[in-house]
Design a binder for this molecule. Structure first.
Ligand code: ADP
Ligand code: MG
Length: 326
């Protein structure tokens, strides 16, 4: 297996056509034609083995997730995805690994009509860098900086499932004594390994949200980014956090709250919108199949505070994932 055999495997397994790809994989660079009048939205994210996914993660899941985390960033901008690039570093030229990796990548790429248009293939410790590109109508992208005092804070889907799944992997006996938990365990693991980028939600929010971010590092950390960028603060109602039935089946109240507030890797969208739109948002999102829960509000005082049903402050255990943290 040479570098060029591997590239050919990736090309063949991800192949699909888009009219705006003039030249894809095969030359020194791709030739792409963004639609007239739209802005190009670009992002990149790296997954390193042992940091972003546990060693031993199935290659098809790594392939899916490496694209998913990027499409999630496009979703958070309200962009329509179009193209991706893939820089793959592999310890060895493992044909089977590359085939299954490419299949997982292609499965998600096809679901969103994303065309892999180029990349790089090198030898070294396993690491995957994907760049994704999409389009947004002129000055309609969703930014972190538009939240205003009184806005309602929402989050799509459910929170904390990926962090809960990671706990299941670390403590493999957890929840296994009761066979009826098997379904819940596999639902949580799916949320960790196969995150669904909320593209449809991002598009629906274009004319609705005042600010938006995807929850990759934990709700408190990411809502904190909206607050900083907007010069605001937020109050979150701990009892309003949306939790999956799998989470409810396997973890107690304290653990659930910790996962939902600080667990990373959820890839849901956290967004803000003026209160007079709040009721319509909840109704509109119910139709998308994963819903949007109203979890708090934007305030003038900086920082993110969490309260319980009695109005008492909730102190979360840890404020999200950070590289280079002391
Ligand atoms: P160069 O040496 O000119 O950078 P490469 O030999 O690295 O070219 O790549 C040849 C072609 O294959 C290029 O079009 C490149 O974008 C594409 N390519 C290389 N690696 C990958 C990959 N992992 N995924 C997708 N395309 C790739
Ligand atoms: Mg190269």
């Amino acid at each position: 297996m040479s570098e060029f055999n591997l590239i050919e495997i990736i090309r063949a397994r991800t192949a699909q056509s888009r009219g705006d790809v003039v030249l894809g994989i095969g030359d020194d660079a791709a030739l792409l034609k963004p639609p007239a009048g739209q802005q190009l939205v670009a992002c990149t994210d790296t997954l390193v083995a042992g940091v972003h996914f546990p060693q031993g993660t199935a290659p098809q899941d790594i392939g899916w997730k490496s694209l998913a985390v990027n499409l999630s960033d496009l979703a958070a901008m309200g962009a329509t995805p179009a193209w991706a690039m893939l820089a793959l570093t592999l310890p060895k030229a493992d044909r089977r690994f590359v085939e299954t990796f490419a299949d997982g990548f292609a499965q998600l790429a096809r679901a969103h009509a994303v065309n892999l248009v180029g990349g790089d293939t090198t030898q070294g410790p396993l690491s995957v860098t994907v760049s994704a590109f999409g389009f947004s109508p002129e000055s309609r992208a969703l930014l972190r900086s538009g939240a205003r005092v009184g806005d309602a804070v929402f989050v799509t889907g459910t929170l904390g499932d990926a962090a809960a799944a990671l706990r299941l992997k670390q403590d493999s006996g957890l929840g296994t004594r009761d066979p009826s938990n098997e379904q819940a365990r596999s639902e949580l693991l799916l949320r960790l390994n196969r995150p669904e980028p909320r593209i449809a939600a991002g598009l629906a929010l274009r004319d609705v949200a005042s600010a938006c971010i995807d929850v990759s590092d934990g709700l408190l950390a990411d809502l904190g980014h909206i607050c900083e960028a907007s010069g605001m603060g937020a109050v979150v109602e701990a009892d309003a956090l949306p939790l999956s039935s799998a989470m409810l089946a396997l973890f107690d109240a304290d653990e659930r709250r910790a996962f939902a507030l600080s667990g990373g890797d959820d890839y849901e969208l956290c967004f803000t919108a003026s209160v007079d739109r709040a009721d319509r948002i909840a109704a509109d999102f119910a139709r998308l199949g994963f819903g949007a829960a109203r979890i708090g509000r934007i305030v003038a005082e900086a920082g993110v505070r969490v309260r319980d049903a009695n109005g008492n402050a909730v102190e979360p255990p840890r404020r999200g994932w950070q590289h280079f943290a002391p």
